[in-house]
Design a protein around this ligand. Sequence first.
Ligand SMILES: CC(C)(COP(=O)(O)OP(=O)(O)OC[C@H]1O[C@@H](n2cnc3c(N)ncnc32)[C@H](O)[C@@H]1OP(=O)(O)O)[C@@H](O)C(=O)NCCC(=O)NCCS
Length: 178
Amino acid sequence: MIVGQRVRLRALEESDLERCYRWINDPEVTEHLTARFPISTHDERKWLLQASSGDGDRSFAIETAEGEHIGNIGLHRIHYLDRNAELGILIGEKDRWNQGYGTEAILTLLKFAFEEMNLHRVYLRVDADNPRAIRCYEKCGFVKEGTLRDATYRRGRYKDQYIMSVLAHEFRAAASGR
Ligand SMILES: CC(C)(COP(=O)(O)OP(=O)(O)OC[C@H]1O[C@@H](n2cnc3c(N)ncnc32)[C@H](O)[C@@H]1OP(=O)(O)O)[C@@H](O)C(=O)NCCC(=O)NCCS
């Protein structure tokens, strides 16, 4: 397990299926995610079985200190030559939003990405109208690199997205002051 101060990141198990299926089919949770079609239990199980073990994609369950599984986090498009990866996260239990768990899970995964996987850059895409996520990423040291104009179409309109990233040396410098 990858152990942080208030969360643990562990491999996803088939027994997590009910929660993951519920979260990925909840429009409030997925409003700002790429997932937009209803997902069947069959497809969600298929995803779960390989989610934590791929070479280019590694997803993990986010557990509180009490052992409650509240969401998932992952590194995608892991590139071992350029040493970068794209981060994705969802806290599926909505009553856990705004309690610092997202920030803590990301800081825990970034430490692992930079100190154990020897990555150099972690980046992400975020909808410009997702202020909670943007604030959370800024708290973790991500900076805005640029705007992708009209990059996604939801609820009948195009929306901008931001690319944000954090580099290993920036993370280390910030960590020494945390
Ligand atoms: C986005 C997400 C990962 C953030 O995790 P979280 O645990 O809720 O976030 P945190 O509590 O760590 O941090 C949220 C910050 O945003 C702030 N915030 C919340 N709503 C806000 C708003 N409308 N405007 C500005 N800031 C806001 C909070 O106050 C907090 O900042 P603070 O600690 O300075 O007060 C989580 O809410 C989530 O999974 N949402 C659904 C899926 C999603 O949007 N994923 C990201 C896709 S890019």
